[in-house]
Design a protein around this ligand. Sequence first.
Ligand code: MN
Length: 156
Amino acid sequence: MDQDRSPPFRRFDDYRWEGVAHLPYKEDATTPFKSVTRQVLFHEPDMGCELRYFEVAPAGYSTLERHEHAHAVLILRGRGDCMVGTEIRHVETNDLVSIPPWAWHQFRATAGEPLGFLCMVNALRDKPRLPTEADRAAMRETPAVAAFLDRTERPA
Ligand code: MN
């Protein structure tokens, strides 16, 4: 890909960065997510990784997905809940989350404030896979996961 390097300095202002496009999470309208934006902060031609900033609006959530590539996440703003595999944790600003290959994962913001996080990934990576009905049934065998999924799939 023909791509320029980032300038040496770029200013931060209200969770936007100078010269960085502020994009809807995914162009594909069929992908299930709610109120997520994406900013690619670093995508340098001479590095093998990218650093992105995602922000989930209050009560929003990211796509429930898995893939071969891993994620290294630092919560930068707000609080929420995060599922990695069969584990669900409350996460807050400055917490770290490691998502290994093929772990189902989803981020959810609390009702009162957005959840923003930095996410490092390989520049070359596979596409996310969405769960089949069989995958969902398998996930639901863990009660905490079922309760977590209910909050997305059967909102009150
Ligand atoms: Mn992912």
